[in-house]
Structure formats: structure tokens, C-alpha cells
Design a protein around this ligand. Structure first.
Ligand SMILES: CCC1=C(C)/C(=C/C2=NC(=C\c3[nH]c(/C=C4\NC(=O)[C@H](C)[C@H]4CC)c(C)c3CCC(=O)O)/C(CCC(=O)O)=C2C)NC1=O
Length: 185
């Protein structure tokens, strides 16, 4: 079932036949108060998604060039395309989770059964994990505007969001990438 921070609170309260606790309500108040920050963080990832994905897959291949040689799982082009598409799918579901403040959409629509699918197709999970780690580093840098021109090259782009305390949102975003990594490990 796909939930968000609000429906999650309702479903948990209902499961214990209780009313929403004041802790639930204050946590939802925080979710609303921090809403613009959350939208900025989602936008930092979504508006740089194709760059984040292509950079991560390129980096993964750079570190392990056997992937694009005969017998590698990114060879031939059909598999390279499937790999780039999977990177986009995973990043897209991570943005959905970050927007809704809940991992269920990521779990149900993307991660459920993925490890088994990859095993059946011979997709190497260590390489996929490496690509997800690079997407994580780059996404968190975009959220916090800590990306550097040295690494970004001519595609360097700074979001320029209002500066504030983004530590909780950054940790939450990181947790969705980690969730993908642990689902595949
Ligand atoms: C909505 C959720 C969803 C997910 C998550 C998804 C994943 C997914 N990735 C697949 C294939 C694949 N995935 C990869 C990915 C990679 N190969 C590598 O070497 C890299 C490590 C990695 C990229 C990071 C490749 C190469 C294939 C094709 C494998 C083949 O057909 O031999 C397939 C098999 C069907 C197909 O080829 O389209 C699925 C279902 N599909 C979905 O609908």
C-alpha cells in the first residue's frame, strides 16, 4: 500500500484502535512547517535527474569497464539502455518517497522483488549499488548546494535555494538511497 506521512499516521493509529496522539500531530505539524524545504529538496534531485543518473552510470562503468565488454551486463546497447532506465526509475521513486515523507511507494513499486529480478537476469547488484551510491552523493550535494565546479564541469549547476538547516531532510533523503542499497544487498 502506498502511504504518505498523513495516511501513515492514520493507518498506524487505526491499527492500535487509538486516536492520533499528540506526538503524531506535532510530527505532522513539522512536516507541514518544513514543506517548502522538502519541495526544494525534491526539486534539487528531480531537476538534475538526467545529469545525476548519467553521471552515476558513467562512473560505475569507468570503475568497472568489463560491464561494457562482451559478457558484461551493460553490453550491448540494449542492456546499457536498460541500465540507464533502471537508474532513472530508482531515482524517480526516491523523489516520490521524499515528497510524500514515506518509503512505501519506493518499497511497493520499485524495490519489491527487484533483487530476485536482478538475480534472474544476471544484473550485478554490486555495480547497481555503486551507481546508487554515486546518485546518493550527487543528490545530497544538490540538496545542500555543496556540489563543486571541479566535479560538475561544464554541466555544473547550483540550485541557489535559501540557506537553512537541511540536516533532517538530507538524512531522510539519504535513508531512501540506503533503502535501495539494502534491498539489493
Ligand atoms: C517500476 C519499477 C521497475 C524496475 C525497478 C525495473 C527493473 C528492471 N530492470 C530490468 C532489466 C535490466 N536492468 C539492467 C541494469 C543494469 N545492468 C548493469 O550491469 C548495471 C549494474 C545495471 C544498471 C545500474 C539491465 C542491463 C537489464 C537488462 C538485462 C537483460 O535483459 O539481459 C528488468 C527486466 C525487464 C526489462 O529489461 O525491462 C526489470 C523489470 N522495471 C520496473 O518496471
Amino acid at each position: 500500500m502506498v502511504l504518505d506521512a498523513f495516511s501513515r499516521a492514520v493507518v498506524s493509529a487505526d491499527a492500535s484502535t487509538s486516536v492520533l496522539s499528540s506526538a503524531d500531530i506535532s510530527s505532522l505539524k513539522g512536516f507541514l512547517a518544513e514543506g517548502n524545504k522538502r519541495l526544494d529538496a525534491v526539486s534539487a534531485i528531480a531537476s538534475n535527474a538526467s545529469c545525476i543518473v548519467s553521471d552515476a552510470i558513467a562512473g560505475m562503468i569507468c570503475e568497472n569497464q568489463g560491464l561494457i565488454q562482451a559478457g558484461g551486463n551493460c553490453y550491448p546497447n540494449r542492456r546499457m539502455a536498460a541500465c540507464l532506465r533502471d537508474g532513472e526509475i530508482l531515482l524517480r521513486y526516491i523523489t516520490y518517497a521524499l515528497l510524500s515523507g514515506d518509503a512505501s511507494v519506493l518499497d511497493d513499486r520499485a524495490l519489491n522483488g527487484l533483487k530476485e529480478t536482478y538475480a534472474a537476469l544476471g544484473v550485478p547488484t554490486t555495480s547497481t549499488v555503486r551507481a546508487v551510491q554515486i546518485m546518493k552523493a550527487s543528490s545530497l550535494a544538490h540538496i545542500n548546494d555543496t556540489n563543486t565546479e571541479a566535479n560538475g564541469g561544464k554541466r555544473f549547476r547550483r540550485m541557489g535555494s535559501a540557506k537553512g538547516d537541511c540536516s533532517a531532510l538530507t538524512a531522510e533523503a539519504a535513508s531512501y538511497f540506503d533503502r535501495v542499497i539494502s534491498a539489493l544487498s
